[in-house]
Write a protein that binds this ligand. Structure first.
Ligand code: PEP
Ligand code: MG
Length: 805
C-alpha cells in the first residue's frame, strides 16, 4: 500500500514536471513564431510580455533595457504595469530590484519585494500592488542587455523550473534587444534632426501655454506634483511641510564699510571668533543633553577650524593689508572653501560645508545679528542648498521629519548626523529650488526621492510604506535582547563593525554582543594630522564608554589604498591595494604606530579590549609589530601609566599568505579575525571596488570557502578564538556555511545583526555542518550556491532576504 502511494506520488510529480517542461517548450515555440513574424520590434516585445504573463500565469511581465552609457535601465515593454510608464520609467542600476539583477548578473527573486532593502517605488508604474518579484538578466556574449521581470500580487515563491524558463525566454529577447540597438544607432541621425524640430515645437508650445495662463486668473496657481531625485543619505520615510533654511547673514550681502584701524578690526574679528567658539561649545552642550548619541567630535572639528592658527593668521594678514574684518573673513573663507572643494578625498571635500558654517557664524557675530529661533509647531522637512550641523541642531527633533539638501554627499557631517538621529535624508537633490516654503513633501531616504505636493495616492502609499517599514524594524527589534543561538543550542556571538562613535548606538539598538572591529583609521581621516597620544586615549576611552561594556577589538591603523588622510604622503601608485597600505604604513611610520599602541594600551587600563593588526602578510611584520608593542609597554611601565598587561594581541587574516601560514601565525598571536573583504579580492584577484569585475567577487567561491575553513580549523585546533569581520558575515546566504565551519563569532555592520540572528535562531548547527561539509567538496560557485539554496529552501529559511545568486 505504502509503495503504491509512493509510486502514485512519484508518477504525479513526473507528470507535473513533464507538463512544466511541455509548457516551457510551447512558450519558447510561440515566442519563436512571434519573432519570425515580427515587423515592428516594439510591437513584438509587447506581444512577448503578454504571452509570458499569460502562459506563466503572472500578473506582470516587463522588459527593461540596459543603457551602459548612462548606467540606467529603461522600461521598454510591459504587461500589467501602467502602459504609459513605458519609455518614461528609468532607474539607475544601483536602484531597485531590477537594477540588482544587472549588478548581480544573475536572477533575483523576492517573495515580498516591498520589504526588500533594494525595493524602489516608482509610482508611475502602479507596481506597488505586486509583492513577489523575479527578474532574470538578458545578456549577449556576457554583456548585460536588460532584465526580464515577472511580478505577482500574491506573495509566492517562484519554482526552479520557472526561473529556468525565464532564463530560456530571456535568450530570444536578447536577440531582439540587440536588433533594437542596431536599429536605433541607424536612426540616431534622423533622431537628432527630429529632436531639434521637437525642441522647437516644445518651446513654441510652452510659450503659448505661458501666454494663455497670463491673463486668465488672479487665483493661486494649482499645485503640481513634482518628483525630485537625489542620493539617499539616511533611510526611512518622512512626511511634512517644507521649511527652507536661509542664512541670517550672507557674505554676498555684506555692506561695504570703511575699515577702522587694523588694530580695531583685529579686535572685532577676535571678539567674533571667541563668541562663535562659545556658541559652538553651547551647541555641543545642548546636543550632548538632547542627542546623547551624537559624536561630539563633530563640534570639536568646527571649533578647531575656528581657532586654527593658520586660519586666524590668514584673516589677520588681510586686515593688516587694509581690509575690514568682514571683507577679510569673506576672502579667507571663500578661498578655504575653494581649497577644500578641490580636494580629491570625498570626506575632506565635504568639510567645505563646515568652513562655510563657521565663516557664517563668525560673520553673524561681526554684524551683531542674533541666532534665529527654530522651533516649529508641526512636522517639518528642512530644505536647503546646503545644510550645516548648526542648522540641524537648532531644530527640535520631535518636529523634524526629514532633510533635503541640494548638495553634499552621504558622508557630510549633516548626513552622518542625520543617520545617527535616524531622520530620513536625501542629499545631492539637483532642483531644490523647485521646493517652496510650506510645500507638502515626502522624503524617501531609502530610494533618494522627494515628492513635492504628492498626489493623494502617492501619499497613501507612502503612509502605508512608512507603517510597514516601522513594523519590519519593530519585528527585528524584538530580537534585540535574544541571543543568536541555533535551535540545537549552539551560541554564535554577533559583533558590530564600527568606525565612528556614532555607530555605537546602532550597535546597541540592534543587539550586538561585542564590537568585533573598530576601524580606528576613520577618525584619522577627518583630522588634519595624526592624532596625538592624548587625543587617541580620550577617543578610545569615549568609544569604550559608549560601548557600555561590550568587548572591543581595536584595529590599528589601516591607512592607504582607498583611505588617505591629506597629511599622509602617499606616493602615486599603480596598484594602491597592493602598495603602501595598512600595516606597511604603520611599520614604516614606527613612531606613529607606537603612539597608537601606547594609546590603545592606556585605554585598556579601564575597558576590556583587544588589539588587532590589519593586513599581516609575513611573520616578520607580525614580529616587528610585537617588538613595538613590547617597547610601548616598557615605556608605559617606566612612566607609570597603567595598562592591561595581558591585553590580547591578534591579527586579521586577509592576505592569502597569512592563510597559508596560519599554523605558524597562530603560535604567535592570541586570536585571528578573518577579513574577507580583502581576502576575497586578493585570493580571486578581483578589485573589491571595481564595478566591472564585481560579479567575480564571490564570497561563496570554493577557494574562499576552503581558505576560510582552513583558518578556522587551525585556530580551533590551537584553541584560540577566531572571528570573521568582512561583509560576508552579513550575507544570509553565507551564514549557514560559516557557522557550519565552526565559526562562532561573526562581526558586521550593526544593521544586519537582526537578520543574521533570525536566521541562526531558525537552524540547527548539525544541518549547518552538513551544508558546509558538502559545500567544501564542490568545485564551482554555481554548485555551492545551488546546494546552499536547496538546503535553505528545505529548511524553510529563505524568506524576504531571498535572492538568487
Ligand atoms: C576586511 O578586509 O574584511 C575588513 C574587515 O577590513 P576592511 O574592510 O576595513 O579592509
Ligand atoms: Mg581589510
Amino acid at each position: 500500500m505504502e509503495r503504491a502511494l509512493t509510486e502514485a506520488a512519484r508518477s504525479r510529480r513526473a507528470d507535473l514536471q513533464g507538463r512544466g517542461r511541455g509548457r516551457g517548450l510551447l512558450l519558447l515555440e510561440a515566442i519563436g513564431t512571434l519573432i519570425g513574424e515580427s515587423g515592428d520590434l516594439h510591437a513584438t516585445l509587447d506581444r512577448i510580455v503578454g504571452l509570458v504573463a499569460d502562459r506563466l500565469d503572472m500578473e506582470v511581465c516587463s522588459i527593461y533595457r540596459f543603457a551602459p552609457e548612462s548606467n540606467r535601465l529603461f522600461l521598454v515593454a510591459t504587461h500589467g504595469l501602467d502602459p504609459s510608464s513605458v519609455g518614461t520609467v528609468s532607474m539607475r542600476v544601483d536602484e531597485g530590484l531590477t537594477g540588482f539583477v544587472i549588478e548581480k548578473s544573475e536572477p533575483v527573486m523576492a517573495i515580498d519585494a516591498l520589504a526588500h532593502p533594494r525595493y524602489k517605488y516608482f509610482p508611475e508604474t502602479g507596481e506597488e500592488r505586486y509583492h513577489s518579484f523575479l527578474g532574470v538578466p538578458i545578456v549577449d556574449r556576457r554583456e548585460p542587455l536588460g532584465v526580464l521581470v515577472v511580478q505577482t500580487s500574491r506573495r509566492r515563491r517562484f519554482t526552479r523550473d520557472e526561473v529556468r524558463l525565464m532564463k530560456a525566454v530571456a535568450v530570444p529577447i536578447g536577440g531582439l534587444l540587440v536588433q533594437l540597438r542596431l536599429l536605433e544607432s541607424l536612426e540616431s541621425k534622423e533622431e537628432e534632426r527630429r529632436g531639434y524640430q521637437q525642441r522647437m515645437l516644445d518651446a513654441i508650445k510652452r510659450l503659448q501655454t505661458y501666454e494663455r495662463q497670463q491673463p486668465s486668473s488672479s487665483e493661486p496657481s494649482e499645485v503640481t506634483a513634482v518628483r525630485l531625485l537625489g542620493v539617499p543619505a539616511a533611510p526611512g520615510f518622512g512626511i511634512g511641510r517644507a521649511h527652507l533654511l536661509v542664512p541670517e547673514v550672507s557674505f554676498a550681502s555684506v555692506p561695504e564699510r570703511r575699515p577702522l584701524a587694523p588694530r580695531k578690526e583685529l579686535a572685532r574679528f577676535q571678539a567674533a571668533i571667541t563668541q562663535a567658539a562659545e556658541e559652538i561649545e553651547r551647541l555641543k552642550q545642548r546636543v550632548q543633553a538632547s542627542y546623547p548619541e551624537i559624536d561630539a567630535a563633530l563640534f570639536d572639528t568646527q571649533r578647531l577650524m575656528l581657532t586654527d592658527e593658520s586660519f586666524r593668521k590668514r584673516v589677520a594678514d588681510e586686515i593688516t593689508a587694509g581690509a575690514s574684518a568682514e571683507t577679510a573673513l569673506e576672502r579667507v573663507v571663500t578661498a578655504m572653501v575653494d581649497e577644500f572643494t578641490r580636494l580629491d578625498d570625498p570626506y575632506l571635500k565635504e568639510r567645505a560645508v563646515d568652513v562655510k558654517d563657521i565663516g557664517q557664524r563668525a560673520l553673524r557675530n561681526l554684524l551683531g545679528v542674533a541666532e534665529r529661533d527654530r522651533s516649529f509647531a508641526s512636522a517639518v522637512v528642512l530644505v536647503a542648498p546646503e545644510l550645516t550641523l548648526s542648522d540641524i541642531l537648532l531644530v527640535e527633533p520631535e518636529q523634524l521629519k526629514g532633510f533635503v539638501m541640494g548638495s553634499g554627499g552621504a558622508t557630510s557631517h549633516a548626513s552622518i548626523l542625520a543617520k545617527s538621529l535616524e531622520i530620513p535624508t536625501v542629499v545631492g537633490v539637483g532642483r531644490v529650488e523647485a521646493i517652496h516654503e510650506g510645500d507638502h513633501l515626502i522624503v524617501d531616504g531609502n530610494a533618494g526621492t522627494i515628492y513635492v505636493h504628492p498626489s493623494g495616492e502617492v501619499l497613501r502609499e507612502y503612509s502605508r510604506l512608512k507603517d510597514e517599514y516601522a513594523a519590519f524594524n519593530r519585528e527585528l527589534d524584538s530580537l534585540r535582547t535574544q541571543p543568536a543561538v541555533t535551535r540545537d543550542g549552539c551560541r554564535v556571538m554577533l559583533g558590530a563593525n564600527i568606525g565612528l562613535l556614532g555607530d555605537l548606538p546602532l550597535a546597541h539598538r540592534h543587539g550586538a554582543d561585542r564590537v568585533g572591529l573598530y576601524r580606528t583609521e576613520i577618525a584619522f581621516l577627518s583630522h588634519r594630522d595624526f592624532l596625538s597620544e592624548g587625543e587617541q586615549v580620550t577617543l578610545y576611552d569615549r568609544v569604550a564608554q559608549a560601548a557600555k561594556g561590550l568587548p572591543l577589538t581595536v584595529r590599528t591603523l589601516d591607512l592607504g589604498a582607498d583611505k588617505y588622510p591629506s597629511y599622509l604622503n602617499v606616493p602615486r601608485e599603480a596598484n594602491p591595494f597592493l602598495g603602501w597600505r595598512s600595516i606597511r604604513v604603520s611599520l614604516e611610520l614606527a613612531s606613529v604606530f607606537k603612539t597608537q599602541l601606547r594609546a590603545i594600551l592606556r585605554a585598556s587600563a579601564v575597558s576590556p579590549l583587544r588589539i588587532m593588526l590589519p593586513m599581516i602578510s609575513s611573520l616578520e611584520e607580525l614580529r616587528r609589530s610585537k617588538e613595538l608593542l613590547e617597547e610601548a609597554k616598557d615605556e608605559l611601565r617606566r612612566e607609570g601609566h597603567p595598562f592591561e598587561e595581558a591585553v590580547p594581541f591578534g591579527m586579521m587574516v586577509e592576505v592569502p599568505s597569512a592563510v597559508q601560514l596560519a599554523d605558524r601565525f597562530i603560535e604567535e598571536v592570541d586570536f585571528f579575525s578573518i577579513g574577507t573583504n580583502d581576502l576575497i579580492q586578493y585570493l580571486l584577484a578581483v578589485d573589491r571596488n571595481n564595478r566591472k569585475v564585481a560579479s567575480l567577487y564571490e564570497p561563496l567561491h570554493p577557494a574562499v570557502l576552503r581558505a576560510v575553513a582552513s583558518v578556522v580549523r587551525v585556530a580551533n585546533q590551537a584553541g584560540k578564538p577566531v572571528s570573521l569581520c568582512g561583509e560576508m558575515a552579513a550575507d544570509p546566504v553565507c551564514t549557514l556555511v560559516l557557522i557550519g565551519m565552526g565559526l562562532r563569532d561573526l562581526s558586521m555592520s550593526a544593521f544586519f545583526i537582526p537578520v543574521i540572528k533570525r536566521l541562526i535562531r531558525s537552524v540547527d548547527i548539525a544541518a549547518a555542518e552538513r551544508v558546509t561539509a558538502a559545500a567544501l567538496e564542490l568545485a564551482t560557485v554555481k554548485e555551492v550556491k545551488r546546494h546552499v539554496f536547496e538546503v535553505m529552501r528545505a529548511l524553510d529559511v529563505i524568506d524576504l532576504m531571498e535572492t538568487y545568486h
